[in-house]
Design a protein around this ligand. Structure first.
Ligand SMILES: Cc1cc2nc3c(=O)[nH]c(=O)nc-3n(C[C@H](O)[C@H](O)[C@H](O)COP(=O)(O)OP(=O)(O)OC[C@H]3O[C@@H](n4cnc5c(N)ncnc54)[C@H](O)[C@@H]3O)c2cc1C
Ligand code: FES
Length: 323
């Protein structure tokens, strides 16, 4: 079985064991969350030895050449020397704003110690001092100088609970990333865009919407935001303001439970989207939020004619829970 060398010590991998699991089994506090290759929080750097291709899937090229890899899906075939990631992938950051956008959604702003290049809609991983790591989508534009995240309160949630109840302005965290490919890509300014998500799936969509407008997108942009009930909708006035300023932007809030009105549609987000647009050939789609919803919407958009290469998705895969 291969070995991994970390911090001057060697560890043997069990059969089919990932690098992350081997580190955790040996009592090393390695940052992680989803354990499924989705969130980027377990990023590490190989200093010697071959990294399996799968462990670098989705990482940007500059990171691949530096040996960065996702330790939760890394099952090396040969011996590997590894270390924590460098300052080009992880920065210190200070919380500058904590503001409720709705009873359950907190706007968190972070100022990083150094420059962070990102695209609105990508995500970063927030790492607390003890190693707790969770990913959050970036809701703002790079030229605003800070990162804006929208964090939903989860009952019993360690990171979201801390941000909602324990954190104060001035607290320090580390920021890993950015990662992800769910962002506005210029080049087809007249293509109709569909932006759909539930809950804080709005965070990346709000960033993508503003980025598309800033980059002069001319085609129609339809934003659908779903929640269980009206109290779960947020940024409603801001999205209505953007729609009133830009005649090619349409905003449709939708709730699962409630009264149908001119202002709010009723139904599941997929029903509301597909009732309005049953044919989507030639469109580009962005779907974000709950993983089950994202999977289902991706499939339905495809079946309505959207090309799979025009569908960008960001699934908020929750952290793997200790077994
Ligand atoms: C790429 C990516 C982007 C993300 N972007 C965002 C974002 O912009 N905003 C945001 O709020 N979250 C986002 N998430 C989810 C986020 O990373 C955390 O999973 C979430 O905040 C819960 O973490 P926690 O530590 O508070 O809860 P944990 O301590 O991990 O979980 C506590 C309990 O809550 C359950 N739980 C966890 N998540 C949920 C859920 N969604 N619904 C119901 N129960 C749950 C767990 O199973 C567990 O029982 C994103 C995730 C990924 C992978
Ligand atoms: S990508 Fe490895 S823990 Fe999420």
């Amino acid at each position: 079985m291969p070995t991994i060398e970390f911090d001057g010590r060697k560890y043997h991998l069990a059969e089919q064991e990932s690098v992350l699991d081997a580190l955790l089994r040996n009592g090393i506090q390695a940052a992680h969350s989803c354990k499924a290759g989705s969130c980027g929080s377990c990023l590490m750097q190989a200093t010697q030895g071959p990294v399996p291709i799968r462990a670098q899937a989705g990482l940007k090229d500059s990171w691949k050449t530096q040996g960065y890899f996702l330790s939760c899906v890394c099952r090396p075939e040969g011996d590997l020397s590894i270390g924590k990631v460098g300052a080009d992938a992880q920065l210190g950051a200070t919380i500058t704003l904590l503001e409720l956008l709705s009873p359950d959604v907190l706007r968190v702003r972070l100022r990083c110690d150094g420059r962070i290049d990102f695209r609105a809609g990508q995500y970063v991983t927030i790492v607390q001092e003890g190693g707790l790591a969770r990913s959050y989508s970036i809701a703002n534009l790079p030229d605003e100088g800070e990162l804006e995240l929208h964090v939903r309160k989860i009952a019993g949630g360690r990171m979201s609970g801390w941000l909602h109840k324990g954190a104060v302005v001035g607290d320090r965290v580390s920021v890993l990333g950015p990662s992800g490919e769910c962002f506005y890509v210029p080049g087809t300014p007249d293509q109709p865009l569909l932006l759909a998500g539930t809950g804080t799936g709005l965070a990346p969509l709000y960033g993508i919407l503003r980025d598309a407008l800033r980059q002069g997108h001319r085609g129609p942009i339809h934003v659908f935001h779903g929640a269980l009930h009206t109290g779960g909708l947020y940024l409603v006035d801001e999205l209505r303001r953007l729609a009133s300023l830009h005649s090619h932007v349409e905003y449709t809030p939708a709730v699962l439970n409630g009264e149908e009105s001119d202002a709010v549609a009723v139904g599941s987000i997929d029903q509301v989207v597909l009732k309005r647009f049953p044919k989507l050939s030639g469109w580009r789609g962005y779907v974000c939020g709950d993983p089950t919803l994202v999977q289902m919407l991706k499939k339905k958009l495809f079946l309505c004619g959207m090309s799979s290469r025009d569908i960008y998705a960001d699934a908020f895969v929750p952290a793997a829970q200790p077994s």
